[in-house]
Write a protein that binds this ligand. Structure first.
Ligand SMILES: Cc1cc2nc3c(=O)[nH]c(=O)nc-3n(C[C@H](O)[C@H](O)[C@H](O)COP(=O)(O)O)c2cc1C
Length: 285
């Protein structure tokens, strides 16, 4: 599939075929894309631990939570779950990453002057900023960029995927051996779609003019209808959900995959697990 079509088709695929494994090289391509994304100071704090159900140990399989906030069944169906996490230790050595950028000709004109500027000004500034850089912001946004790159590659490779928040994940974090101070960002289910590729149509979005502005925030960016038509022809903008047959498709999928008809109903287990984690570590999420 062309990347452009992958962008147009990019929508969360909740219903995956549990019987069809994912080729490992396709997962590798997703990770290679995440590795190449931009990151402030070239810090690269994004990490991923891939759970491949066919090869994972029973201990790891048992640590996968029963559900997540809404899409409990998704973790059950997915042959592959990518656990995306943030390694705060990477932020500590960002000075090294900046010097590498200078060496690569990607920052500064004169190498010697740039190295000196980094050592005397920029790196001490970042060191002083220390904790505020750990509050999320840019670092988590850049992790999101990497995950977005991987997501587009998944669609390009013909896979279906969906990101899920994981409010109760203490056991999973321990069993996977993630550093204690790391942050589990989200999990990504990956597999082959059990639903039609349209997945019911393009999902609701806020009006373009409410989201984007020109020169000042109160001046909506003019949306040219001709550009919209061009994007529709290129399938970058597609028919809005729900397509006429969507609810019949959902009933069919629920029966075939043994899914509760009320969205989120199967996630009672996760609510219990969240309560348990809160009791175990009061004040921490
Ligand atoms: C970071 C992130 C976390 C998400 N967490 C959940 C979740 O916990 N449960 C869930 O059912 N969907 C979750 N979603 C999926 C969104 O609800 C999904 O994007 C939405 O249904 C719209 O579909 P679309 O991605 O095709 O636009 C998450 C999406 C993102 C990007």
């Amino acid at each position: 599939m062309e990347l452009k079509e992958a962008i147009g088709r990019r929508r969360s695929i909740r219903f995956l075929a549990p019987y069809r494994p994912v080729e490992r090289e396709k997962i590798q391509k997703m990770l290679e894309a995440a590795r190449q994304c931009s990151f402030w100071g070239n810090v690269r704090a994004l990490r991923a631990t891939v759970i491949e159900k066919a090869s994972a140990s029973q201990e790891v399989l048992d640590a996968i939570p029963e559900g997540s906030a809404l899409g409990g069944f998704q973790l059950r169906l997915a042959p592959v779950i990518i656990v995306w996490w943030l390694d705060w230790q990477a932020v500590k050595v960002q000075g090294d990453r900046l010097h590498e950028l200078v060496e690569a000709g990607a920052a500064g004109i004169d190498k010697n002057d740039s190295h000196r500027y980094l050592d005397e000004k920029l790196i001490p500034f970042f060191a002083a900023a220390g904790d505020s850089l750990k509050t999320g912001g840019m670092t988590e946004m850049d992790c999101g960029q990497g995950i977005a790159h991987a997501t587009l590659v998944a669609f390009e490779e013909g896979l279906g995927t969906c990101l899920l928040g994981l409010p109760a994940h203490k056991k999973l974090k321990t069993v996977l051996g993630l550093p204690e101070d790391s942050k589990l960002l989200c999990v990504q289910t990956v597999g082959y779609a059990a639903e039609q590729p349209e997945a019911g149509g393009q999902r609701p979005r806020l009006p373009f003019e409410d989201m984007f502005s020109l020169n000042t925030a109160d001046n909506a960016f003019p949306r040219d209808g001709k550009v919209v038509e061009e994007l529709e022809r290129a399938k970058l903008i597609q028919a809005q959900a729900p397509l006429p047959w969507r609810f019949d498709e959902l009933k069919y999928l629920a029966k075939a995959l043994d899914i509760a008809p009320i969205f989120g109903e199967e996630s009672d287990g996760i609510v219990v697990a969240m309560m348990q984690e809160m009791q175990d570590t009061p004040g921490k999420s």
